[in-house]
Design a protein around this ligand. Structure first.
Ligand SMILES: Cc1cc2nc3c(=O)[nH]c(=O)nc-3n(C[C@H](O)[C@H](O)[C@H](O)COP(=O)(O)OP(=O)(O)OC[C@H]3O[C@@H](n4cnc5c(N)ncnc54)[C@H](O)[C@@H]3O)c2cc1C
Length: 458
């Protein structure tokens, strides 16, 4: 490959970055795909890892393998710390990388609305590390409940609170309820798992605010039917090791999960260009960062309105944006005019639990079992990698007939912060404390980053 060719760096191997890289396969450029992780992650199924339905390896694919046949592309595992658009340099943790064109596809991270101290008590769901942390907290709460003799303490262990009524919160709440009602049934001798409480808290007047109102209503009804307590127009005032404080009420709960807010990754701030309130980078209609010429921003991190609304933080927007940015880079090299990006909405869906979901495709709306099967099919087909597709299909088929969740193993986890946060909260007697652990049905994993660190990763 000629070093003379323009160098395109793609920061982020998520949905947008991967789509952009693939679209540049035959372009006269050298491509470097840079990511702090070695894998592309299928975020829409993260909650299934968190709820022990799938193993982490089922929803991730090594980026190097995905792009191995793409000769003009180098995959580099490194964390970007800063971007200097004037010098066209990306500062890495341990070096520098220069570019002619840059596509920033680095996504979003969790936002705790100025309360970063809540992260320790209420992990978000953006990475595999967080999904495994959540899974571990859920399973350990049940284990601790089996040994707990104090009724109040056991109640606390069996109360699960999910903050945020968007798709992530709804999915998590539905899965937690299923775990209580189906998966854990008959597994314990000292308490009845079906008595576990799952509470979903949403600050706004309805769940799934991005969906049509009748589907939000339907999602609420379906969740209630499953047994989830959903509270609308309710905001968390504080979250600590003992639970959640709301306006005039404290919910004692040892497991609190966060699905309420997102913010642009920190590296976005280093570019010195305008961002919106959530830290997304403002781009023009060709996806070029405002005020710059060779830097494209795509996917969740791009602040762009179409028809008066911010484009949604969904996989399709990232994929379509990745392809559009790649196309414009080729136009640029050929000295042709750039083309405006137009997002095509292919529909949205959210699953609530077994046989429960909502979906909207154009003017068509679906709910219940039809929406659920549509959700299963779309997510299965969208997974990266034939192996993953097959494994997930088999896992789902098995789970459908058995009601079981196959990834329920709690493995040792040598991560320091894990020693204090969740285990101290379930207050197991010292002698009985399992070693710091992670839960995964897959093979033992290398040490992972602590959840609190993962939440603040750039
Ligand atoms: C739990 C969950 C459920 C979801 N469900 C759905 C769904 O059902 N349908 C749907 O359409 N969308 C869903 N989404 C949203 C969808 O996943 C995102 O819209 C999509 O991932 C955005 O793609 P992206 O390329 O912009 O960023 P991402 O896919 O987030 O990729 C960003 C990449 O950048 C890397 N990165 C970040 N910072 C750095 C750095 N400093 N240095 C190096 N690398 C860095 C990250 O490691 C990551 O690989 C869900 C999201 C979550 C979290």
């Amino acid at each position: 490959m000629s070093a003379e060719l323009p160098h395109v760096v793609i920061l982020g191997a998520g949905f947008g970055g991967l789509a952009a890289a693939k679209a540049l396969k035959n372009a006269p450029v050298r491509v470097t795909v840079l990511d702090k992780r070695n894998h592309h992650l299928f975020q829409p199924l993260l909650y299934q890892v968190a709820s022990a339905a799938l193993a982490s390896t089922d929803i991730a694919a090594a980026t190097r393998v995905v792009l191995k046949r793409q000769k003009n592309t180098t995959v580099m595992m490194a964390r970007a710390i800063a971007i200097d658009p004037t010098r066209k340099v990306i500062t890495l943790e341990d070096g520098e990388l220069t570019y002619d064109f840059l596509i920033v596809a680095a996504g979003m991270t969790n936002s705790y609305f100025g309360h970063d101290e809540w992260a320790e008590h209420a992990p978000g769901l953006k990475s595999l590390e967080e999904a495994l942390d959540i899974r571990r907290r859920i399973l350990l709460a049940y284990e601790a409940a089996e040994r707990e003799t104090d009724a109040e303490a056991r109640k606390e262990l069996l109360t699960f609170v999910v903050i945020g009524g968007g798709p992530t919160g709804v999915e998590l709440a539905g899965a937690l309820q299923e775990i209580a009602q189906r998966t854990m049934a008959k597994n314990f001798r000292n308490f009845d798992p079906t008595k576990a409480r799952v509470i979903l808290i949403e600050g706004g007047p309805r769940l799934l605010a991005a969906f049509p109102e009748d589907l939000s209503e339907s999602a609420l009804t379906q969740l209630k039917h499953l047994g989830v307590e959903a509270r609308l127009n309710t905001r968390a005032k504080n979250i600590d090791a003992r639970g959640v404080t709301l306006d005039g009420e404290h919910i004692a709960a040892r497991t609190v999960l966060w699905g309420a807010g997102v913010a642009g990754v920190p590296v976005a701030k280093t570019m010195g260009v305008p961002t919106d309130r959530s830290g997304r980078i403002a781009v023009d209609e060709t996806l070029v960062a405002k005020g710059l010429s060779s830097v494209y921003v795509i996917g969740d991190l791009a602040a762009l309105e179409q028809d008066g609304v911010q484009l949604p933080g969904v996989a399709q927007n990232a994929i379509q944006g990745g392809r559009a940015a790649a196309r414009n880079i080729v136009h640029s090299i050929r000295n042709e005019p750039l083309v405006a990006y137009r997002y095509k909405d292919l529909g949205s869906m959210a699953t609530i639990g077994r046989s429960h979901a909502v979906a909207v495709v154009g003017k068509l709306k679906f709910k219940g079992v039809i929406a659920w099967f549509a959700w299963l099919f779309v997510h299965l087909m969208a997974l990266v990698g034939h192996r993953n597709r097959l494994m997930v299909f088999l896992e789902w088929a098995f789970a459908y007939v058995s009601f079981n969740r196959s990834a329920r193993i709690i493995l040792e986890r040598p991560v320091k912060s894990m020693e204090t946060a969740p285990l101290s909260r379930v207050s197991l007697p010292k002698a009985a404390l399992p070693s710091p652990a992670t839960t995964d049905g897959a093979a033992p994993r290398a040490p992972e980053k602590p959840a609190s660190a993962a939440a603040s990763l750039a």
